[in-house]
Write a protein of this length. Structure first.
Length: 192
């Protein structure tokens, strides 16, 4: 099976070399604690660079300075897109968020919203790069979970997952009229 690299090939090859070579070098020198490993590291880096370093074609530095308008907290956040419902709600991680707005709700119905969760778990909602105010509408305590096919029979045996239909459920009323009287069928009509 062919595995695709997770990033640029050059970086992946360097990581593979480092992951394979450094533990072997440490083992060959009988270095087994962090202090000795840190003392050996400058020597290993010099040796590694002398063998594998390649001079760039251009010495120009293509890095750009960070602009004052760049928000690193938002840039490094986990971002997912959601669509607002007609009542301006969206669901993210089993929580329903309701957008609060002073403008007409019609303008935001079915709008695409960017949900950003930072490293501390704070949630921000954005529509067209503008922040949206929201309230927690509903926190769902228990959400249906996906069960693997191998353990489905074990999960179904667990009584905490058992579900009993309501008394008014159609399964319970099978064979009765809406008023609750039993359906009587003449067997002679079924045979014809």
């Amino acid at each position: 099976m062919c595995q695709l690299p997770q990033a640029k090939g050059r970086v992946e090859r360097a990581n593979e070399t480092l992951q394979a070579r450094l533990p072997k070098e440490l083992r060959l020198r009988n270095l087994s604690n962090m202090a000795d490993g840190n003392l050996f590291l400058p020597e290993f880096i010099d040796d590694y660079n002398s063998r594998f370093a390649v001079q760039p074609r251009s010495t120009f530095d293509f890095h750009r300075p960070l602009s004052p308008s760049s928000d690193l907290e938002r840039i490094f956040s986990w971002q997912e897109t959601r669509t607002l419902s007609n009542n301006l709600t969206l669901q993210y991680k089993n929580v329903v968020y309701q957008v609060q707005t002073k403008r007409s709700a019609l303008s935001l119905r079915k709008a695409s919203v960017l949900v950003c969760e930072n490293s501390r778990g704070k949630i921000d909602l954005f529509h067209n790069h503008h922040p949206l105010l929201y309230t927690l509408f509903n926190h769902q305590e228990k959400q249906a979970q996906v069960v693997s096919a191998k353990s489905i029979s074990l999960e179904l045996q667990n009584l905490s997952y058992a579900h009993e239909p309501a008394p008014s459920h159609p399964w319970r009323t099978y064979g009765t009229h809406l008023d609750g009287s039993p359906i009587q069928q003449d067997i002679s009509t079924l045979e014809k």
